[in-house]
Design a protein around this ligand. Structure first.
Ligand code: NAD
Length: 313
C-alpha cells in the first residue's frame, strides 16, 4: 500500500519540493501530507503539485512551535498513522551575537530544535507500537561544523544532531529508522530571507571592527560560496527520496561533495585546531580570493571523500 509521509514547512523551498517530488512519484507509492503554518500560503505548492493535489497530496495546517497545533495536526491524520515523518521546517539567523537578543535566539531553538523534538514526541509512540517508521530530519552541514556569524543557527542544528544521535539507538530497537540530511548551501527563500534580515539589521552594541568583518568580509564570501556551491531544492528532494527509498538508509547524509573536505578536517584533527585555523584562513586570508579558494576546494574533493555523500542523481 501507499506510505503516509508527513512533511513540515511545505510553503516554500526544500519542503515544497520534497512534497511535490514524492506526490508525483510515478508508482504513486506515497500519500503526502504537506503541512505549513499558514494555509493562506498554499498557492505555490498547489500549483507545483498540479494533478497530484487532492490525490496523492493533501494539506494540513501545522506550526511546529505549538504543542496544540502539532497534536491537532496528527489527530487529523487517519488513525494517526504516519510511516515517514520529514522534519523540514527551520529558520536561519545570521549576524554578530552582540546584536541578537536572547529572545530572537530562543525563537530559532523553538523552531529548529524543539520543533523537531515536538514532532518526534507526537509521532514516535505510534511508530513504536507498529514497530515501523522512518524519521527524517533536515539538518545542515552547519549541524556538523560551526560557521562564523551563524553561531546560533549552527548551535540549534548541533542540538538537533545530538538529540537524533541519541534517539537513533533506542529507535533502532523498535525498527524505526532515523536519518539526517545535511545539505550545504541551497538556493531557497532561506537565503533571501536572511539577506533581507541582514539589510534591515542595525548593530547596537557591536564594535566597528566586528561590523566590518561581518559586512565586508563574511557576507561577500558567503554570497560567493552560495554561488559556487549552491544546490537546488530539487537536488535535496532527490537526495531525500533516495534516503527514504533505501533498504538500509544511512544515519548521516551529506548532499554536497564540495563540503566533504571541510567536514573531514574535523575528524582529521581531534584537537579542533585544523578546523578553526582553516576557517580563519578561509575568511581572513583567502576571503577576498574566494573564487580561487573554491577552485582549490573542488580539486581537493577527491573521490574517496566524494563517496561519503548521497548524490541527487
Ligand atoms: P525556506 O525558508 O524556504 O523554508 C523553511 C520553511 O519552514 C518555510 O516554509 C517556513 O514557513 C517554514 N517554517 C518556519 N517556521 C515554522 C514553524 N514554526 N512551523 C511550521 N513551518 C515553519 O528555507 P529552506 O532552505 O527550504 O529550509 C528548509 C530546511 O532546510 C530548514 O530546516 C533549513 O535549516 C534547512 N537547510 C537549508 C539550507 C539552505 O541553504 N537553504 C541549507 C541547509 C539546511
Amino acid at each position: 500500500g501507499q506510505k503516509v509521509v508527513l512533511i513540515t514547512g511545505c510553503s516554500s523551498g526544500i519542503g515544497l519540493r520534497i512534497a511535490v517530488t514524492l506526490a508525483k512519484d510515478e508508482k504513486k507509492r506515497y500519500h503526502v501530507i504537506a503541512t505549513m503554518r499558514d494555509l493562506k500560503k498554499k498557492d505555490k505548492l498547489v500549483e507545483a503539485a498540479g494533478d497530484a493535489y487532492g490525490k496523492t497530496l493533501m494539506l494540513l495546517p501545522l506550526d511546529v512551535c505549538s504543542d496544540e497545533s502539532v497534536r491537532q495536526c496528527i489527530n487529523n491524520v487517519k488513525d494517526r498513522h504516519i510511516d515517514i515523518l520529514i522534519n523540514n521546517a527551520g529558520v536561519g539567523l545570521l549576524g554578530p551575537v552582540e546584536s541578537i537578543s536572547i529572545e530572537e535566539m530562543k525563537r530559532v531553538f523553538e523552531t529548529n530544535f524543539f520543533g523537531v523534538v515536538r514532532m518526534i514526541k507526537e509521532v514516535m509512540p505510534d511508530m513504536k507500537k507498529r514497530r515501523s517508521g522512518h524519521i527524517v530530519v533536515m539538518s545542515s552541514v552547519m549541524g556538523l561544523q560551526g560557521v562564523v556569524f551563524n553561531d546560533v543557527y549552527t548551535a540549534s542544528k548541533f542540538a538537533m544532531e545530538g538529540f537524533c544521535e541519541s534517539m537513533a539507538v533506542q529507535l533502532m530497537k523498535f525498527n524505526i529508522r532515523l536519518s539526517m540530511i545535511e545539505p550545504g548551501p541551497v538556493h531557497t527563500e532561506f537565503e533571501t530571507k536572511m539577506m533581507e534580515d541582514v539589510a534591515k539589521m542595525e548593530y547596537p552594541g557591536v564594535d566597528a571592527d566586528t561590523v566590518r568583518y561581518f559586512k565586508d568580509v563574511y557576507l561577500p564570501s558567503s554570497i560567493d560560496i552560495f554561488e559556487a556551491m549552491g544546490q537546488t531544492p530539487e537536488d535535496i528532494a532527490q537526495c531525500t527520496k533516495k534516503v527514504i527509498e533505501s533498504n538500509s538508509p544511512r544515519f548521516r547524509n551529506l548532499t554536497n561533495s564540495l563540503y566533504t573536505p571541510i567536514v573531514a578536517l574535523k575528524y582529521a584533527d581531534e584537537t579542533g585546531g585544523l578546523s578553526v585555523n582553516t576557517f580563519y584562513n578561509l575568511l581572513f586570508n583567502f576571503g577576498p580570493l574566494m573564487h580561487i579558494t573554491m577552485s582549490i576546494l573542488k580539486c581537493l574533493t577527491c573521490s574517496c571523500l566524494r563517496r561519503r555523500t548521497i548524490s541527487p542523481n
